[in-house]
Design a protein around this ligand. Sequence first.
Ligand code: GLP
Length: 237
Amino acid sequence: MQIYIEKDYDALSHRAAEHIAARIREKRPFVLGCATGGTPQGLYRELARMVRSGLLDFNTLSTVNLDEYCGIDENHPQSYRFFMRQHFFLPAGIDFRNSHFPACDARSCAAFEKKITELGGIDLQILGLGKNGHIGFNEPGSLRSSRTRIVTLSLETREDNARFFETKGDVPHSAATMGIATILDAREIVLLASGEHKARAVFQMIRGAVHEAVPASFLQEHPRVLVFLDAAASKEL
Ligand code: GLP
């Protein structure tokens, strides 16, 4: 794993955006794996700014998203489709027809895996990190061999994500997510983590044993992972 420690959130977002933009300029067409959550918002802002300044274009870009909640539709403001439109696709002028999400039935999960293969695989997957070490919605206990599937969210994850919903009870109980094996098939992975509340999970991901108890620890087995941290998230390293 290559670790980059930046002084704060803006600096880490900027550095990660520079890296991803360089990769997208190198290879066309490009398949970008996207993540949601609070952490990648600054990165998406930077990439959209580069497009508006003419430094980057997404004409031959396809996107695949890591995960999506079950039980809320794409017009719900907390659905990940809505998030992506608002934070990335609209500001960066990305054609929605080239964007793919997993959905909450077994047939759609299999179709999503097939779509990734048809696109030629994921060139670069963006990841955030859950406080309990989850990636996508692969909660502790997820298998190294897991593929896109429907999962039950842990209480901790529902509590962490409650800040985006009106009440805790509104947070969905399940989601569709790429599996660990799906993520590890990406040619390159860029993981972002910011803030002291992520420091323990960052430590376990990088220095801990490779184990299902911390799904992000499986990233140690991937040959090309770049981790962008701010100083607070790197505190326990
Ligand atoms: C959610 C998402 C993850 C994300 C995590 C951390 O559970 N499914 O993909 O990495 O939250 O989110 P945040 O960046 O808001 O801390």
